[in-house]
Design a protein around this ligand. Structure first.
Ligand code: AMP
Length: 291
C-alpha cells in the first residue's frame, strides 16, 4: 500500500489503478481506525477492484470548543491496519493541501443538515459536505462507502451527490458494534472504564424503545422512557431522541404514515465530556399490526 499526500501524485496513482479498466472505491475516514472502518474497507473490496482510503481530520467540520486538537491521530498504526486489510492506496493530505490560502467554497444541504446533530453542531455538516465533495473530486471513485453509524452525515452526502449530479455511487454500510452493542467509534477511546460500561445502556435503551413502539406503545411514551433510561444510566444531557423518516430525516406525520415507510430512531447523548450518537431502524408495519 502506498501512502500519498500530494494531489498530483494521487491523481497519477489513481490513473495507474484504473489502467486495465479496474474500478475504484473510496472510503473517507478521519483515522484512529477500528473494526467499523475496516468493515467499510471489506465492503468496498466486494464491489470494486481497488480500495482507496482517505485519512483527514477535517478542521472545517469541528466547531469552536470541539475536540479537533484532542482527536486521536495514529497514522502509523492506521497504515498497518489498512495495508493488512488489502487497501491499495492511502490518501493522507495535510490541511494546507486541502484548504490552501484563498479557499472559500462551502457546500450546504440545509434541510438534511438542520436539526438532530445540526442543532448542537452548527456548520458541522457544511464542513462534512465540503470535504466529501473535495475528496470525491480528488479521487473520482466509482463508489464511495459511508457508515450508517453517522446516519445524518450519510443523508447529507446522498443529498449532495443527488443534487449536484456527482458521478459516484454512494453505498451505506451497517453499523459495526462491540459485543455489548455499543457502536464502534473513535470517540469511545475518550470514555473512562466506568463510562464505557455505562455506555452500553445507549443501544440497549434504543432497542427497548423500538421493541415497545413495534409492540404498539405510543411513540411519545416510548421516547420519554428512552430518555429516562439514558439519564438513569449516567447520560446527561440527552441532545435528542428522535424518530425520523429514514430517507430524508424529515419529521414523520404519524397519522399519514404508510406501513412500508422506513423510519429511523436517532439518539445523541453525552456521558461526561463525550458525545455519543447511534441510530437504528424501526419497523412501522409491526407497529400498525400491533395497534
Ligand atoms: P470517521 O473516521 O469517524 O469520520 O468515520 C469514517 C467512516 O466510517 C464514516 O463513513 C463512518 O460512518 C464510518 N464508521 C464509523 N464508525 C462506524 C461503525 N461503528 N460501523 C460502521 N461504520 C462506521
Amino acid at each position: 500500500m502506498k501512502t500519498v499526500s500530494d494531489i498530483a501524485v494521487l491523481r497519477s496513482a489513481v490513473r495507474n489503478l484504473r489502467k486495465n479498466g479496474g474500478t475504484v472505491a473510496l472510503v473517507p475516514t478521519m483515522g484512529a481506525l477500528h473494526d467499523g472502518h475496516l468493515s467499510l474497507v471489506h465492503a468496498a473490496q466486494k464491489g470494486a477492484d481497488h480500495v482507496i482510503v482517505s485519512i483527514f481530520v477535517n478542521p472545517m467540520q469541528f466547531g469552536a470548543g470541539e475536540d479537533l486538537d484532542a482527536y486521536p491521530r495514529q497514522l502509523a498504526r492506521d497504515e498497518k491496519l489498512l495495508a493488512d486489510a488489502g487497501t491499495a492506496l492511502l490518501w493522507a493530505p495535510d490541511a494546507k493541501t486541502i484548504y490552501p490560502d484563498g479557499f472559500q467554497t462551502v457546500i450546504s444541504t440545509p434541510r438534511a443538515a438542520t436539526g438532530l446533530c445540526g442543532e448542537s453542531r452548527p456548520g458541522h455538516f457544511d464542513g462534512v459536505a465540503t470535504i466529501v465533495c473535495k475528496l470525491l473530486n480528488q479521487v473520482q471513485p466509482d463508489v464511495a462507502l459511508f457508515g450508517e453509524k453517522d446516519y445524518q452525515q450519510l443523508t447529507v452526502i446522498k443529498t449532495m451527490v443527488r443534487d449536484l449530479d456527482m458521478p459516484v455511487r454512494i453505498e451505506a454500510v451497517p453499523t459495526m458494534r462491540e459485543a455489548d452493542g455499543l457502536a464502534m467509534s473513535s470517540r469511545n477511546a475518550y470514555l473512562t472504564q466506568q463510562q464505557r460500561a455505562q455506555a452500553a445502556a445507549l443501544p440497549q435503551a434504543m432497542q427497548d424503545a423500538i421493541a415497545a413502539i413495534e409492540a404498539g406503545s405510543p411513540v411519545e411514551m416510548a421516547l420519554a422512557q428512552l430518555k429516562a433510561a439514558l439519564l438513569q444510566s449516567g447520560f446527561d444531557p440527552i441532545d435528542y431522541t428522535q424518530l425520523r423518516m429514514a430517507d430524508t430525516l424529515a419529521v414523520p406525520d404519524f397519522d399519514t404514515l404508510k406501513p412500508m415507510d422506513a423510519l429511523r430512531l436517532l439518539v445523541a447523548a453525552r456521558i461526561g465530556k463525550t458525545r455519543l450518537i447511534d441510530n437504528m431502524p424501526l419497523d412501522w408495519q409491526a407497529k400498525i399490526a400491533a395497534n
